[in-house]
Design a protein around this ligand. Structure first.
Ligand code: SF4
Ligand code: SF4
Length: 135
C-alpha cells in the first residue's frame, strides 16, 4: 500500500492540477496520452469512487460520460457546466475550493498520489526531521 501523502499548502497553491483527470497529459492533465480507452478510464474512476464511499457521501457535480460525449448533447452539457463554473476536464468532485470529499472518502490513488513537486517538498521536510523520525 502507498503512503498517504498531503501537504495542504502546496496543493492549495497549485489548485489541484492532478485532479484534471479527464484532460490529456500532453495538455497538462492526468489522462495518459495515446490511449484510446477513455471509456475504460471513466469506468475505472467510477469504480474507485464507489469503493471509497464518495457516491454515498455526496452526488458528483456532473456526469463525466455525458460531459465527454462527442455529440450535440455532450457539447451543450459542457457549455452548461462551464457557465455554472464547473470544469468538465477536472474530476467530478473538484471545485475551485479544492476536492469536495473528506480525505477518508477519496480514492486511495488520490490520497497516495504525489507529483514531483510534492515529493520534493516531502523529501525536504523529512530531511529536517530528527534522526529516527524520518520516513
Ligand atoms: S499533488 Fe502536485 S499536482 Fe496534485 S495538487 Fe498537489 S501539488 Fe498539485
Ligand atoms: S477525488 Fe478529489 S483529490 Fe481525487 S481527483 Fe477528485 S477532486 Fe482530486
Amino acid at each position: 500500500m502507498g503512503r498517504d501523502v498531503c501537504v495542504p499548502s502546496i496543493c492549495a497553491a497549485c489548485g489541484g492540477k492532478c485532479c484534471q483527470i479527464y484532460k490529456p497529459a500532453s495538455e497538462g492533465g492526468a489522462f495518459p496520452d495515446g490511449h484510446t480507452w477513455f471509456t475504460d478510464w471513466l469506468s475505472d474512476w467510477y469504480d474507485v469512487f464507489e469503493e471509497s464511499g464518495a457516491f454515498s457521501f455526496m452526488p458528483p457535480l456532473f456526469d463525466p460520460i455525458i460531459a465527454h460525449e462527442n455529440s450535440g448533447r455532450g457539447k451543450r452539457y459542457r457549455e452548461a457546466l462551464r457557465r455554472a463554473g464547473i470544469d468538465p476536464d477536472y474530476c467530478q468532485y473538484w471545485s475551485l475550493k479544492g476536492c469536495l470529499l473528506p480525505r477518508d472518502k477519496r480514492p486511495a490513488a488520490c490520497r497516495e498520489y504525489a507529483c514531483e513537486r510534492l515529493r520534493q517538498a516531502i523529501a525536504d521536510a523529512d530531511k529536517n526531521l530528527p534522526e529516527g523520525e524520518q520516513a
